[in-house]
Design a protein around this ligand. Sequence first.
Ligand code: ATP
Length: 315
Amino acid sequence: MNSDLLIQVENLSRYYGSRAAVDDISFELRRGEVLGFLGPNGAGKSTTMQVISGNLAPSEGRVVINGIDILEQPRQAKAALGFLPEQPPLYRELTVDEYLRYCAGLNRIPRSRISQAMESAREHCGLADVGARLIGNLSKGYQQRVGIAQAIIHSPDVVILDEPTVGLDPIQIREIRHLIRTLGEQHSVILSTHILPEVQATCDRVQIISQGRLVLSDTIEGLERRMQGSSLTAAFRQQVEPADLTDLPGVMEVEMLPDRRLQLHHVVDQNPAEALVERSVAQGWGLYELVPERMSLEDVFVDITCADRLQEGEP
Ligand code: ATP
C-alpha cells in the first residue's frame, strides 16, 4: 500500500431516485495536499463530501481511506478523517470546552489525552481565549472555528471542509482561509466550495465538479496557466499603426481599438510584451500602458462547464 495515498475515490456515483447527484467520479488525495473541490450550487459537492466522510452510502463505487474501505471497516476508516459539514454540528448551549470534550469522547480519544487534544485544537483554531464561552453567543466566524476544531481534535490525517466560509463577513473569511492554509501544514485537506478565489488562496490542486461529474483536475499553477489570456493592449504617446507591430514574435493580429489603443493578439506561449517594449524605446513611441488580458477564474469556470454541457448536447 502506498502510505502517501490517503483517499482513493473510485467510480463513485450517488443517485437520488433515478437522478445522479454524483456520476462516476474518481480521484485521489495524497499526504500534504490541499485539494479544492469546486463547483456551483447543486453540482454534487456536499453529496461527495458526505459519501467520502462515511455519512452517506454510495450507490456505486468505492471510497478507501488510508488503505481501508469505508464501507467494510467504517470505524477504522473514519478515524483518519475529520469532517466539517455544510451545517456545522454545534451545540449552542454548550461552552466551547464542553463541546470539544464531548467531541474528543466521540472520537475515542483516551481520557488521559483529552486535555492535550483540546488545547491543541483550541490553539490551532484561535480559540484559546473562548473556551468558557457559550457557543451560541460566539460570532459566526468563531462558531466556524469551533466547527473546524471538532474536525481536527483527533489529529486526523485528512480534514474535509464543506463550504466553510459561507455566511461569514470578509474579515472572518480571510481568517478562516488562513486557518485552512495552516491546517494544510499538518493534515491533508479537501475544501469544498463554490468560490473560485478561495481555492486559489488556499489549495495546491483543484477539481471542478459540474452536474455530478468531474470536468477538470489540475494544479493551481495549471489553472492559472489556463487563465492566461492571449492578447495585450498597448497605448502610446506617438501615433503607432497596427502594421508597425504585426512582425513582433508571436503576434498573430493587431487591432486598432476605438480609443486608439492597440490590441495585439498573440500565440498563448509567446507573449510579445518584451519585444514590444524594446521596439517602443528604440522608436521613441512613448509606450505608457501595457495591459495583458487575463481570464478571470469565473471565465475559466464558465468555459469548462459550458464545454461540458455542450458535449452533453445541451443548448
Ligand atoms: P450546494 O452547495 O448548493 O449544497 P452541492 O454542490 O453541494 O450544492 P449537493 O447538495 O451535493 O450539491 O446536491 C447535488 C444534487 O442532488 C442537487 O441537484 C440536489 O438537489 C440533489 N440532492 C441533494 N440531496 C438530496 C436528497 N436528499 N434528495 C434528493 N435530491 C438531493
